[in-house]
Ligand binder design. Sequence first.
Ligand code: FES
Ligand SMILES: [Fe+2]
Length: 431
Amino acid sequence: MASSAQNKLMTNIGPGTPAGNVLRSFWQPVALAEELNNDRPVAAVQVFGESLVLFRDQDGNLGLLERNCAHRGADLCYGRLEDNGIRCPFHGWLFSTNGDCMEQPAEPKDSTLRHRVKQKSYPAIEKNGMIFAFMGKGDIPPIPNLDCLIAPSTHNFSFKGFVDCNWLQLLEVGIDPAHASFLHRFLEDEEDAKYGQQFRDNVDNIPMTKILRDYYRPEIRVENTDFGHRLIALRNLNNNGMHVRVTNQIFPSAIHIPLGNEMTLTQWHVPIDDFRSYWYAMFTSFGDPVDKDLMRKQRLELYELPDYIPKKGKWNNYGYNPTEQISETYTGMGSDINVHDQWAVESQGSIQDRTKETLATSDVAIKAYRKNLIKSIQQQDRSDVNLSHYDHSIPKAIDVIASLDNWEKAWTEAEMKRRQSCSWKSTINQL
Ligand code: FES
Ligand SMILES: [Fe+2]
């Protein structure tokens, strides 16, 4: 449980708020690159409670500017992309990608006003189909050296989805290893996994659905690391050994989890404002190249463009079917686990009232994360947030079944093996 003041402290992220300052001190995804893939590469971006315009100039440089023009506030999303900048259609002021005002055509020819005008701007960079921005103050940190960001584009697919709630509960479902045994439970095991049924993969020939269903009381260990937290969920399968699932919380707002044997998912939880969020996901393969067209097509059957709104939601009861709930799935909401998570977090309310919750033993990672977050918020000092994960200490995410007495060694060895056989991973990082 959190006090009302703590809940507010962690969830309110507008400009100048303590949590907003912490989240802004890291590179955060603000759009998919595909949102600019059209004849006129301009997109409206609403992030951290700020209204921005994202665009590419004629040289291909990215600009991320305050949306309302510095002159008299007109909307730059309707701007003219010309003369290597974006020009406000109201009086023709022209802004570069870094917010310099390059022309004010209605002003006297000898006016120097434009030199004293700056449109607020943030640095933006494209990485593997995602556009990241740094919206913090002070020195710009390097882009983190995460697998998903250094993988070749052939081995990475990026997507995003809208969720109608505060960013923190979206993150907290991702650091809750116990929920998968219930929320994502399939009452029968099937031969072939379909899209959205990621938990139907087999681990050492045992269906993951069976492991989660039959062994629903994991022992969850949380380690503090330089990137955030490593979570180890242990399911003792008795004669069949120990199921070990290693996932990570990458501070402040991302998770990193295994998806089957060859893929990992790195997912950021980015506030639109205090009440709405996007998840931004990178699917990274350590094996074969990914089939991006197929992955995109599968997701576009479930999400509406241009805002990446899920087709299931509150308005259609998430597809809830009580008959299915009795015989097929724990939720009765179909087999797509994203819908299950979406229902869970949206049904907690726009901002979960954490003064009424009852945290339990299985919430150990949530407790550890909140402690870390509140400490960073209270200190308001970026130097305290350990940035060493920007160098080498890349989190590892894997699912394995090991012998009961050797599981710690087994998961690190499995991870090492996967890295050694990976075609694009030239260096073996320290475990
Ligand atoms: S409001 Fe933009 S140029 Fe006048
Ligand atoms: Fe989930």
